[in-house]
Design a protein around this ligand. Structure first.
Ligand SMILES: *[C@@H]1O[C@H](CO)[C@@H](O)[C@H](O)[C@H]1NC(C)=O
Ligand SMILES: *[C@@H]1O[C@H](CO)[C@@H](O)[C@H](O)[C@H]1NC(C)=O
Ligand SMILES: *[C@@H]1O[C@H](CO)[C@@H](O)[C@H](O)[C@H]1NC(C)=O
Ligand SMILES: *[C@@H]1O[C@H](CO)[C@@H](O)[C@H](O)[C@H]1NC(C)=O
Length: 236
């Protein structure tokens, strides 16, 4: 088609010929550029194996309006049309995943295929039950991320240390690792922990960061085990 179009362009001016073919090329181009792009096969596969790594459990989400968004993820349909998925209209790459309150139950796989979706700009996995697993270090591969939301509404279902690689996300505008829990009921040991050095790198590197939610995240220092965010941000 490209060859035909260039040929048509040349002929158009040299021979005043084939104006209908010329118009046809323009029309074709017009229609392809406004048409929604279809999902890339490898991204569709990556999403499907991410889906398959979780059980669906209505107890996994706190929001009463939660529902299992991944049930609409059907391999025979365009992944850009799946619930919670948004693609770039021009390139067709998956740029946004919203699986908040989606009744997902299971552990986060450190090697999850999710981390191959390198065009992602927004990832929301809030209000699911990740079975006290850690945030995988490969989250740092998603360098285009602007929004990363993994907040929890009961006890935290994530535990362990927030990986230092989170500070590689230099395009972040918002990072939400909040837990909304009853302080008295909450078991201290299950909190997410964030090293002070990681927090400092994040703030240095993610210069566009506007929102940072660290409610019930323990900030730990190499020498003093726990300090509060208030201490860290108070003027020197
Ligand atoms: C279609 O239009 C785009 C710009 O919108 C241009 O880059 C591309 O070369 C055009 N393709 C053809 C086949 O004319
Ligand atoms: C939840 O975590 C426990 C302990 O690590 C593990 O044995 C179990 O297989 C996990 N369950 C799921 C559904 O991932
Ligand atoms: C993840 O994949 C790497 C190789 O790509 C492998 O060495 C490592 O053991 C895997 N880790 C897990 C937890 O599966
Ligand atoms: C800042 O981000 C870049 C890439 O986004 C990464 O290579 C670098 O290691 C990060 N720096 C720190 C201190 O994390």
């Amino acid at each position: 088609m490209e060859f035909l179009c260039s040929l048509a362009f040349s002929l158009q001016f040299l021979l005043l010929f084939s104006s209908s073919l010329f118009t046809n090329c323009l029309t074709l181009n017009d229609s392809t550029s406004t048409h929604h792009h279809e999902c890339h096969q490898h991204e569709s596969n990556a999403l499907l194996s991410f889906k398959q790594s979780f059980f669906i459990s209505k107890y996994a989400s706190y929001n009463p309006f939660s529902y299992p968004k991944t049930l609409s993820w059907n391999p025979s349909t365009d992944c850009c049309l799946w619930d919670g998925i948004e693609c770039d209209e021009l390139t067709g790459h998956v740029i946004s995943i919203d699986l908040s309150s989606s009744q997902l139950y299971g552990s986060m796989d450190p090697n999850s295929t999710l981390f191959s979706l390198v065009h992602l700009q927004s990832l929301d996995l809030s209000d699911n039950d990740f079975n006290h697993s850690q945030i995988p270090a490969r989250i740092g591969h998603l360098s285009q991320l602007r929004h990363l939301h993994i907040s929890q509404f009961r006890e935290s279902t994530l535990s362990g240390e927030v990986p230092t690689q989170i500070s590689h996300l230099s395009n972040l505008l918002s990072l939400d690792l909040n837990s909304y829990v009853d302080q008295l009921d909450f078991p201290f040991i299950n909190r997410l922990q964030l090293k002070e050095s990681t927090l400092r790198s994040l703030i240095q590197n993610s210069t566009r960061l506007e929102q940072l939610g660290l409610n019930f995240v323990t900030i730990s220092h190499a020498h003093k085990p726990y300090i509060s965010a208030k201490t860290l941000f108070s003027p020197m």
